[in-house]
Design a protein around this ligand. Structure first.
Ligand code: SF4
Length: 361
């Protein structure tokens, strides 16, 4: 199996160049072909000599994974399916298994924006009860090449304006590969995006969150979902190890009054977290913090006891936060008909209709 060049930074590419007896500047050439021209084959790197390309190709390949299925929602949202080879064993207990897994990326068009919601792991080991990805267990970490493939292989690659690490997996549980992808997206030798175009969403993996806040300038979104520890714990096992109170305390130590933003994701479950008591506790928890709260409509999944909060309850909740000085918005749901909305990604392509046929909902 050949080694993928995709995902490498200039330092690693310099080593590759030396090994293939190419001049030092070939590392810069390769980075440009990989991340600016987005080629799929070493032979397309035409400013590298023919012999040099032949030597490179003996051990290396570009390594972009093409998507194998694409679903388009009635609202224009597109969901791509990417196979991931050799994933089993990368950080999972299923070491040695060689089965293929698949992950999904979702492209969300919105006026002059095209946001790609990318996956960072196949499955997830955080086990949030309301999430289809969490339900399927954990298969392994995506490599930086797997993550970058989602950006390069999407049909809209050259039109993408923003990225959110909100797809399958907990990005801070795969820290090094996610940070490498962010490095490629923001470096002058890579995509050269401003960090303001990128948001990482986490449920609050505290040690990695501290590193992320220190080492990156990208935005942060925290999945909060309930301000009461015992209630949050009942649907999010992470609360036991890293309570949301500690996560918010850590965030308070950083400056979010300038270009960098922090938001809190709050999926609303009827009767579970949508009362005045919850709104008031949330206000107390976030008091004085420069932030916004995104209220998310819950998409019912099988075997989860709570349903979707009615619109009027969501609006009252939003207004109560607003009166306390916290900007809250009800997030428009996108791609629900192709199971591309929040919490619905499961790494296999089926439609809402398929699920209805299966009597799952
Ligand atoms: Fe993992 Fe996020 Fe789903 Fe929780 S909500 S199980 S962290 S993918």
């Amino acid at each position: 199996m050949k080694t993928r060049l995709l995902g490498m930074n200039p330092e690693e590419l310099r080593k590759v160049a030396a090994e293939a007896a190419l001049p030092k500047f070939a590392a810069g050439q390769m980075a440009r072909w990989l991340y600016v021209k987005k080629v799929r084959d070493i032979n397309q790197m035409t400013d590298i000599s023919k012999e040099g390309r032949a030597r490179l190709s003996e051990k290396y390949e570009v390594g972009v994974s093409a998507w194998t299925d694409c679903r388009i929602s009635s609202d224009g949202t597109k969901k791509y399916l990417f196979p991931v080879e050799g994933i089993f064993g990368r950080g999972s207990s299923a070491a040695g298994r060689t089965e293929k897994a698949a992950v999904e990326a979702v492209m969300i068009p919105d006026k002059d924006r095209a946001t790609l919601c990318v996956s960072s792991q196949s499955g997830c080991r955080m086990g949030c009860h309301f999430c289809m990805t969490g339900r399927q267990g954990f298969h392994g970490h995506l490599s930086a090449a797997d993550i970058m493939s989602q950006f390069i292989a999407a049909d809209e690659s050259d039109m993408l304006t923003n990225a959110v690490f909100m797809g399958m997996g907990e990005p801070l549980d795969n820290y090094d590969n996610v940070m490498r992808a962010i490095e490629i997206l923001t470096a002058p030798w890579g995509f050269a995006w401003s960090p303001k175009r990128i948001t990482l969403s986490t449920i609050g993996v505290l040690p990695a969150l501290r590193r992320y806040l220190d080492e990156s300038r990208c935005h942060l979104a925290v999945s909060l979902h309930n301000p009461f520890s015992d209630e949050r714990l009942s649907v999010m096992p992470v609360e036991k190890t890293w309570p949301i109170r500690d996560v918010v305390e850590l965030i308070r130590q950083y400056d979010f009054s300038g270009q960098r933003r922090v938001s809190f994701e709050y999926t609303m479950f009827s009767g579970f977290n949508d009362t005045k008591r919850h709104a008031d506790a949330l206000i107390r928890l976030l008091s004085g913090l420069e932030c916004r709260v995104n209220l998310i409509r819950f998409h019912k999944i099988p075997d989860f006891p709570y349903g979707t909060s009615p619109d009027v309850i969501m609006e009252n909740f939003r207004d109560r936060l607003g009166r306390a000085g916290i900007t809250a918005t009800i997030r428009t749901s996108r791609g629900e008909d192709i199971l591309a909305a929040c919490g619905m990604l499961a790494g296999k392509h089926r439609t809402l209709q398929d699920r209805e046929t299966d009597n799952e909902i």
